[in-house]
Design a protein around this ligand. Structure first.
Ligand SMILES: Nc1ncnc2c1ncn2[C@@H]1O[C@H](COP(=O)(O)OP(=O)(O)OP(=O)(O)O)[C@@H](O)[C@H]1O
Ligand SMILES: [Mg+2]
Length: 224
């Protein structure tokens, strides 16, 4: 599902990722941990084509990021969903509209779309907010909308960047159980987090600890 070899990325003179290599099989669950500025978001941005690969090799869901053409990036994004650290939801649109958008783009028939969106909103306790404008939501609610939008399309790969940052413990655990369900259905998940408690929710998950752009520790042999 993911194959990275010697991936490095610099912003000017600062190396945000240094010589990053790892493999993750389909259906795997990976926690990316490490202090602020370690390079977690940068790695996730490379994986879904938001920033171009500068150095090294990267293959994601069968797409070779060294040679991918700009017009193929939307195809990659059909397979890879992202829960962004800063949400990136459309504040003037309702919760329902935000979550439905990705399915509309895929031309899903309306009755099926409505069923899917409602089921995901129910799972995230957002049903009662379906027709509220996102600008009126709390930070934690907006975060759950961002998660709903990412999971509703049933992606092969789900990237979640600090998805529990604005949530209380109970909501964080509920969200985590949604990711676990998703994983149980065969999706591959990468979750960047500062929340150590999440790690104990899935003891068999892979964990990579990043500091200053480099992997300093992992609980498995990184390149299998
Ligand atoms: N667009 C950018 N331009 C310049 N520097 C950047 C940019 N994005 C990230 N960086 C730098 O790259 C390094 C890694 O940033 P990144 O956002 O990947 O860290 P992070 O591990 O996600 O941190 P956090 O836990 O705070 O979200 C940081 O030093 C950051 O300042
Ligand atoms: Mg980050």
């Amino acid at each position: 599902m993911i194959h990275l070899r010697h991936v490095s990325h610099n912003f000017g003179s600062h190396w945000a990722l240094k010589n990053f290599s790892l493999d993750l099989d389909k259906g795997g669950f990976l926690f990316l941990v490490g202090p602020s500025g370690a390079g977690k978001t940068t790695l996730l941005r490379i994986l879904h084509g938001a920033i171009a690969l500068q150095r090294g090799q990267a293959v994601v869901c069968g797409f070779d990021l060294q040679t991918i053409k700009p017009k193929a990036i939307p195809l990659l994004r059909r397979e890879v969903s992202v829960v962004f650290q800063d949400f990136k939801i459309l504040p003037q649109r309702t919760v329902f509209a935000n979550v439905a958008l990705a399915l509309e783009v895929r031309n899903m028939p309306r009755p099926l779309l409505q069923r899917r969106v409602r089921a995901v909103l129910r799972g995230l306790d957002l049903e009662s907010k379906a027709h509220v404008s996102c600008a009126e939501l709390s930070g934690g609610e907006q975060q759950r909308v961002a998660v709903a939008r990412a999971v509703v399309v049933g992606p092969q790969l789900l990237l979640a960047d600090e998805p529990t940052g604005n949530l209380d413990r109970e909501l964080a655990m509920r969200l985590m159980s949604l990711f676990l369900q998703f994983h149980a259905h065969g999706s591959t998940v990468i979750l960047a987090t500062h929340n150590q408690e999440l790690l104990s929710c899935l003891p068999e998950a892979k964990i990579v600890h990043i500091e200053d752009g480099s992997i300093v520790w992992a609980n498995w042999s990184l390149t299998e």
